[in-house]
Write a protein that binds this ligand. Structure first.
Ligand code: ZN
Length: 69
């Protein structure tokens, strides 16, 4: 389980979400999550409706580094 810190652009709320396994497809410029992103207020939302916070980007970067090993 991998928790990332997101900011919902609909309700401007920050939340932690377990996105499951994260993969980094070379042909896509964004990571792919195993699970859906769920905002505690808005429910299931797409990646276009959320931003990674600074903390979330750090967390994602750490996952990316372990994938490279
Ligand atoms: Zn929301």
């Amino acid at each position: 389980m991998t928790e990332l810190n997101f900011l919902c652009t609909k309700c401007r709320r920050e939340f932690d979400c377990d996105v499951g396994k994260i993969s980094f497809p070379i042909e896509e410029n964004r990571p792919r999550f195993e699970k859906e992103i769920v905002c505690p207020r808005c429910g299931i939302i797409t990646m276009d409706e959320v931003e990674l916070t600074e903390l979330g980007q750090t967390q994602l970067g750490a996952v990316f580094m372990t994938e490279l090993e």
